[in-house]
Design a protein around this ligand. Structure first.
Ligand code: ADP
Length: 496
């Protein structure tokens, strides 16, 4: 019998990727195509759904060619995707009626504010939070759907006739992969729409009524690991059996399967997410509550905190201050000094999310003296990223009432060993970087393979998961001063 593989479709914000994994969870081949970012207006961000589909299909075909694997040897397909991004298409023609409105798009921010202001009689924010675990914000799908329904003339007529469908990118790709047979999403993606009741596990009719969104346009919600149908785009019938939003897929791919397990992705920003087990936790620190995954009839929840600027701070030092040529130079520059020389770098260059949620916060470099060198600034920048992550993780630990013991890391900036060591020192916990850093695609490969029996159970997955390096906290006391200064100085960056 020929060896079998899993095909992960990773539909990201800037590119469509396809990755093939073997039974040992090893990456066999990858193919990636970027697609256009469309900025029609200030703070608007769109994608062309047809381009997403075409680049995805191209990458699927290419990855098979590159790996020399026959479609008959693909056990199943898993799909992971940029979350919240909203597509509405015509049910009959299969054509999008408007571009995809991307999660970064802020066009409905004013609308969200007006909902809060115009409904003094009851607290709209609590109404949404209690049901969805999210804050009422333009980031999530609901107000993006509303915008299309209210502003695209085709939508108005067709919505009342039940002729249009809404989906996040997973739904859109599954619709295309199955030639319009399946209109579905999974619970992790549904939990990012601001319309899904994460306690009752269903689309919430009160919220739909409040926003005047017809229920008929919403997809059916399935488990993250379940055979939902098959595709024959490659000539053979291949099962689709895993779906998860990107951050949840990464949590799974990092094997954060127990309450208190945390992963942090160090990319342009940081996405930090903690498994909180079978009970949704209400945060006292303004974190988001979300569905981590659904597996074997069980729902696992998570809390999530985002950090807008992480690797982007290193880009700023490269492109604006020009003290390094490439991002990875930051590590050696920071090593030219023994410490930060009293400098604190608050990296909140574009507002700050949990636990402050202050969109007007700015960044600052504080504590400069005549002998401050660029090495001190570099070191303070790495510490600033790690301090910001620490405060989010500490808040999550407090919310969830768990003792987390180790942090799993991935993303471009997690290759910086000094940053990872500082993170470990600050958290006083182990920081673990895995061998496969494509944790998002790996996570959904695990979910797909568990549904078909390709992977027998979680034990098998735990056996094949491999650590690359781990960072153990130093006993040094330097972090105490860092934390104390941070607590004082972050206040100077906030707008109020
Ligand atoms: P994204 O998926 O958000 O595009 P990536 O995971 O590709 O991000 O990581 C790229 C980010 O990581 C960039 O912002 C870059 O500045 C930063 N980065 C890359 N390598 C390093 C490094 N060695 N040290 C610190 N930051 C780095």
């Amino acid at each position: 019998m020929k060896e079998k593989y899993i095909l992960s479709i990773d539909a990201g914000t800037t590119s469509s990727r396809s990755i093939i994994f073997d039974r040992k969870g090893k990456q066999v081949a990858i193919s990636q195509y970027e697609f256009q970012q469309i900025f029609p207006n200030k703070s608007w961000v769109e994608h062309d759904p047809e381009e997403i589909w075409n680049t995805q299909l191209k990458s699927i075909r290419e990855v098979l060619k590159k790996s020399n694997i026959n479609p008959t040897n693909i056990d199943s397909i898993g799909i992971t995707n940029q979350r919240e991004t909203t597509v509405i298409w015509d049910k009959n023609t299969g054509k999008p009626i408007y571009n995809a409105i991307v999660w970064q798009d802020r066009r409905t921010a004013k609308y969200c504010e007006s909902l809060i202001k115009d409904n003094n009689s009851f607290c709209v924010k609590t109404f949404f939070y209690k049901k969805t675990g999210l804050i009422l914000d333009a980031y999530f799908s609901a107000t993006k759907i509303k915008w299309i329904l209210d502003n695209v003339s085709e939508a108005k007529d067709k919505a009342s006739n039940g002729e249009i469908l809404f989906g996040t990118i997973d739904s859109w790709l599954i619709w295309k992969l199955t030639n319009g047979k399946h209109h579905i999403t999974d619970a992790t993606n549904a939990s990012r729409t601001l319309l899904y009741n994460i306690h009752e596990l269903k689309w919430d009719s009160d919220l739909l009524k409040f926003l005047k969104i017809p229920k008929e346009i919403l997809p059916k919600v399935v488990e993250s690991s379940q055979i939902i149908g098959s595709t024959n785009i490659l000539g053979e019938k291949i099962k689709i059996s895993g779906i998860a939003g990107d951050q949840q897929a990464a949590l799974f791919g990092q094997l954060c399967l127990n309450p208190g397990d945390v992963k942090n992705t160090y990319g342009t920003g940081c996405f930090c997410i903690m498994n909180t087990g079978e009970i949704p936790i209400e945060s006292n620190n303004k974190m988001l509550t979300t569905i981590a995954y659904q597996l074997n009839g069980k729902t696992t929840y998570a809390i999530e905190g985002s950090i807008f600027i992480a690797g982007a701070l290193i880009q700023w030092l490269r492109d604006n201050l020009e003290i390094i040529e490439k991002a990875s130079d930051i590590e050696n520059l920071a090593k030219t000094v023994k410490d930060n020389g009293g400098v604190t770098f608050i990296p909140t260059l574009s507002g700050v999310a949990a636990p402050y949620w202050d969109p007007y916060a700015t960044g600052s470099i504080i504590g400069i003296t005549r002998d401050t060198r660029k090495g001190n600034i570099a070191r303070a920048a790495l510490e600033g990223i790690a301090l910001r992550c620490r405060e989010v993780i500490m808040a999550m630990e407090e919310d969830s009432n768990t003792n987390f013991s180790e942090l799993k890391v991935d993303g471009g900036a997690s290759n910086n060993n000094l940053l990872m060591q500082i993170q470990s020192d600050l958290l006083r916990s182990k920081v673990i970087r895995p061998k496969t850093t494509e944790t998002t695609a790996l996570g959904v490969a695990f979910l797909a393979g568990l549904a078909t029996g390709f992977f027998k159970d979680l034990n098998e997955i735990e056996k094949i998961w491999e650590e690359d390096v781990s960072f153990i906290p130093n006993n040094s006391n330097y972090t105490k001063d860092l934390i104390n200064l941070w607590k004082k100085r972050i206040k100077l960056s906030l707008s109020k």
